[in-house]
Design a protein around this ligand. Structure first.
Ligand code: NA7
Length: 571
């Protein structure tokens, strides 16, 4: 049976009827239980900070969170092996800006229980818990044009009215279950990776995998972490891989206070440094193109990058890695050889080497002994590209090559990324236009923050903004500060409504696609790409993120602010 995670809004639990659609503003005569200046959806790292800053700025703000506690992604993702692939001391934005000066990370890449403790400590330090309602989900948000207010309906049947609606729902929060026939007939235990049963505290429930036959579907960053962990105890572990990814070593290690100070130095100076790097990770790209180095120099650089912890191999190599195919192939060939040297069975090694996408055009999973797991007798790679999964049966998974008997199935199948969580809320702007319909052809936004026709509605770390392809702990925080600045600016001038001008929105949307098209990312699928079919059947890819660089994005936002928020219609 599939573990019954909390129903997603718009996605009813299996076997139930359609979700109730919130009434329209005209038909909904319910009195709001609350009227506030602003509603923030989500109590993850971004939402907490937004709620805090708005409150500090004098706004009456209410936060809404579906989970029973703060933490967002770190609340929901509590599978064994779940940890950051960003340096903890760079992700910890609240420490960098002085809100939690004494916070000490225990590892270079913190694990989920520590991250959840961090989010809780941050919420307490900011005193925002009391501003939140937990355990309720936003079902709908309708803009009432005559009142210039949003009516926000919750799944406990209550209504909140607000002037400003800020979504901090997270780009990777709407779970994506595959549609495989028979999933509900499985007699063992099964769940999505981000709905892992809880231990009731900070971490995952202890499931004893000893003696169990476990199937993991999916080999993205999540699957790679889970597989390495479950491989330690499961009697038999079957990895159903449809597409291999380029994975490189995480290189985690404990952090002492002294080591942390050494790595980070003065927090505020470190933050200024992060702000200048393309994605707010503590890495500088080489000023060289790969062609400007000799073969020997390239090998030496790749070896040192492969040996160093974290994303250096992705973010601090040759500057044309994601722009030039030859440059990319140099690194891809090097990493492929590493995989061959770590996996004993050459047939398995070849299956683990990506053949259909360049290095780094999808998120690079950071691994710890991932490849070595395939040398263990209890672990089998099932090639779900060669023999696709046909069905889940009562006893296991059937592929084109036969049936695999299982006791547990883990769906590490990812998320309906970036727009998915918004699609699951019935958001309606001017004239009752549904956001989902407005964005049917892909999102259109100005600076990834607002969309014309949806006044006073903000999408933090949302589609097309420069905080999604970034160290979110830092870039999300900077975005929150910018939006708070805008709302304070408006308040000081008695303005009460802001939405983008259509031509600015069109130009920004075109720029998002243009920047993406310049890179090697444009030829591949990744969670940040929305694919659909053109009327002639050809494939259409829409980038959901802005890849033109976080500093460039922020300097444009700052320029817009300096020019009295040029491109926004503010009344
Ligand atoms: P991802 O990166 O979207 O990975 C999902 C994986 O699930 C990927 O390997 C998919 O294969 C696989 N998948 C999805 N549906 C199926 C079906 N039906 N059959 C077989 N395999 C399937 O999600 P993650 O949770 O791993 O990581 C998301 C981000 O979270 C990560 O980048 C970090 O930033 C944090 P596919 O590639 O589509 O062939």
């Amino acid at each position: 049976m599939i573990a019954p995670g909390p129903a997603e809004a718009g996605h009813p639990p299996r076997g139930s009827s359609k979700p109730a659609r919130p009434p329209t503003p005209e038909s909904d005569r319910r009195q709001p239980v609350e009227t506030v200046d602003a509603v923030v959806i989500g109590a993850g790292i971004t939402g907490l900070y937004q709620t805090y800053l708005l409150h500090q700025a004098g706004f009456d703000v209410r936060g809404i969170e579906a989970a029973p506690d703060v933490g967002g992604t770190w609340y929901w993702n509590r599978y064994p092996g779940c940890r950051l692939d960003t340096e903890s001391y760079a992700y910890g934005y609240f420490a960098l800006i002085g809100l939690m000066p004494d916070w000490q990370w225990s590892e270079r890449f913190a694990g989920q229980p520590e991250l959840l403790r961090y989010a809780r400590a941050a919420a307490d330090r900011m005193g925002v818990r009391e501003r939140y309602r937990f355990g309720v989900r936003v079902q709908g948000a309708h803009y009432d044009e005559s009142a210039n207010r949003w009516r926000v309906t919750l799944n406990d049947d209550s209504v909140i009215e607000c002037r400003y609606l800020l979504s901090a729902v997270g780009p990777l929060s709407a779970t994506r279950m595959p549609e495989i026939p028979g999933m509900d007939r499985f007699e063992g235990q099964s769940f999505h990776s981000s709905r892992w049963p809880s231990d009731g505290g900070d971490g995952p429930a202890h499931i004893d995998f000893r003696g169990k036959r476990v199937g993991v579907i999916g080999t993205g960053a999540t699957g790679v972490q889970i597989i390495a962990e479950l491989g330690k105890t499961a009697a038999e572990l079957y990895v159903f891989q449809r597409t291999p990814n380029w994975c490189t070593p995480l290189g985690n290690h404990p952090l002492t206070a002294q080591k942390m100070a050494e790595l980070r130095g003065d927090p505020r100076a470190f933050l200024e440094y992060l702000k200048k790097t393309p994605t707010a990770f503590p890495y500088d790209r080489s000023p060289l193109k790969a062609s400007q180095a000799t073969a020997d120099e390239r090998r030496q650089l790749f070896e040192s990058l492969y040996a160093m912890p974290g994303y250096g191999i992705w973010l601090s190599g040759y500057r044309d890695l994601l722009l030039n195919r030859t440059s990319n192939t140099y690194l891809a060939d090097f990493v492929a050889d590493r995989i061959r040297s770590r996996v004993k069975d050459p047939v398995v090694a070849e299956k683990l080497i990506p053949k259909n996408h360049a290095f780094g055009v999808r998120r690079v999973p950071m691994e710890t002994n991932y490849y070595e797991v395939y040398n263990q007798p209890n672990v089998r790679l099932v090639d779900a590209a060669e023999a696709p999964i046909e069905a889940v049966t009562a006893k296991g998974i059937r592929t084109g090559a036969g049936e695999v008997a299982l006791d547990v199935i883990v769906y590490a199948t990812g998320f309906d990324a970036v727009t998915g969580a918004l699609d699951r809320i019935d958001i309606r702007g001017k004239g009752g236009l549904a956001l989902k319909d407005a964005w049917r052809d892909g999102p259109t936004t100005y600076l990834g923050l607002q969309s014309a026709g949806f006044p006073n509605f903000f999408t933090l770390v949302g589609p097309h903004n420069g905080a999604a392809f970034c160290n979110i702990g830092v870039c999300g925080g900077l975005q929150v500060e910018w939006v708070t600045g805008l709302l304070a600016w408006m308040a000081a001038r008695g303005r009460r409504s802001v939405e983008p001008l259509r031509d600015f929105e069109d130009r920004w949307t075109a720029r998002v696609y243009d920047e993406y098209a310049k890179t090697l990312l444009a030829d591949s699928d990744a969670w940040w790409v929305k694919t659909s079919r053109n009327p002639d059947g050809s494939l259409r890819r829409r980038a959901l993120i802005y890849v033109g660089g976080a500093p460039e994005y922020r300097s444009l936002c700052d320029e817009v602010a300096r020019n009295d928020y040029e491109g926004f219609d503010i009344r």
